[in-house]
Design a protein around this ligand. Structure first.
Ligand SMILES: [Fe+2]
Ligand SMILES: [Fe+2]
Length: 338
């Protein structure tokens, strides 16, 4: 295994030589003769595993160096041990309060230096290992969660007379619109991941209604209109970002800007932006698709419909965004043709 690296910081070369003599058999040693140099090295070399830091130095003292290192995300986690003649109890307290892990008094005892350094290296490595494990597991969990959500989206497609391509296209359309409306990439991506679940509630609608070839009567239509609420119930109360967004979209994608939509008859900005975006993406794709009961509208006809319904069915801002992204819309329309 490669030797771990220690940065020794002291304005007196003689002191550096002493520490180097004690530690260089077991560790790789880098040196800095002043505080600024130490900060520069710690920022530049990602391989510093520990810093032995003198307190009394001209210009920038050890406490200031420690503070600077701890306030920078790049260097925050490097363990710092103060090595100093200034070792009264209040001094030690101050150093530890700044985030140092230990304090060694000068003149140094070789065995004590070795033992303390070894202990703190071990602790630091254990912590790094644990952090790595947690990161790995968190990532795995997120992946699993996403897969489950996508399974749900596919399950809904099986029941619907719409094809898998509809879900694919409408989530791409949603992403394009969202990116035009917001600089928040995280939000845009969440909406993209959640959009395929917009009709998951159709799982709960009986086939007689869902797959009826002709027009629905008013009673059947009332049943059909339950799918947003059923969808939100299926998606549950989990607080994860993707599921929360999926729930929001499922519940609000049939609301209309003028308040004539369902299920809650929300009006204007009472409707979450995600729902206002998905409404345009969903309708646009439904229009341009052939169904058993209707022919496919042309791309231009569908564009006109969206713009004609700005301020009634759709949010005018979303329609304005839509009018600026018809080129990428057409790319999706062509690329994922049925
Ligand atoms: Fe729907
Ligand atoms: Fe849809």
């Amino acid at each position: 295994m490669d030797k771990l690296t220690i940065l020794v910081v002291d304005d007196a070369p003689a002191n550096i030589d002493v520490l180097k003599g004690i530690l260089q058999d077991e560790y790789r040693i880098k040196v800095a003769l002043n505080g600024q140099k130490a900060i520069d090295i710690a920022n530049k070399d990602s391989d510093i595993d520990m810093i032995l830091l003198d307190v009394m130095m001209p210009k920038m003292n050890g406490y200031q160096v420690c503070e600077a290192l701890k306030s920078n995300a790049m260097t925050r986690n490097i363990p710092i041990i103060f090595v100093t003649a200034k070792s009264s109890a209040p001094d030690e307290k101050k150093g530890l309060a700044l985030g140092a892990v230990d304090y060694i008094g000068k003149p140094v005892q070789p065995d004590i230096v070795k033992a303390r350094v070894k202990t703190h290296m071990m602790l630091h490595n254990q912590q790094k290992h644990l952090e790595h494990l947690v990161e790995e597991r968190t990532l795995k969990l997120k992946e699993t969660q996403l897969e489950i959500i996508q399974c749900l989206g596919r399950a809904a497609e099986y029941k619907d007379n719409e094809t898998g391509m509809h879900v694919l296209r409408m989530s791409e359309y949603s992403r394009i619109l969202a990116a035009q409306l917001s600089n928040n990439k995280h939000w845009v991506n969440l909406l993209y991941l959640a959009a395929p679940m917009h009709d998951v509630g159709k799982i709960g609608i009986s086939d007689d209604v869902l797959l009826k070839p002709g027009k629905l009567n008013s009673q059947e239509w009332e049943l059909m209109k339950l799918h947003p609420v059923i969808g939100a119930e299926i998606l549950g109360t989990d607080k994860s970002e993707v599921l929360s967004m999926a729930r929001e979209v499922a519940l609000s994608h049939h609301e209309k800007w003028d308040g004539s939509g369902y299920p809650k008859k929300l009006k204007g900005t009472e409707i979450p932006l995600s729902g206002r975006v998905v409404a345009v993406a969903d309708v646009f794709d439904a229009l341009t698709c052939k169904r058993s009961y209707k022919k496919a509208w042309t791309f231009e006809e569908a564009c006109d419909y969206i713009m004609d319904n700005s301020g009634t069915h759709f949010d005018p801002d979303v329609c304005l965004a839509f009018s600026k992204v018809t080129v990428p819309f057409r790319e999706i329309y062509v690329a994922f043709e049925e």
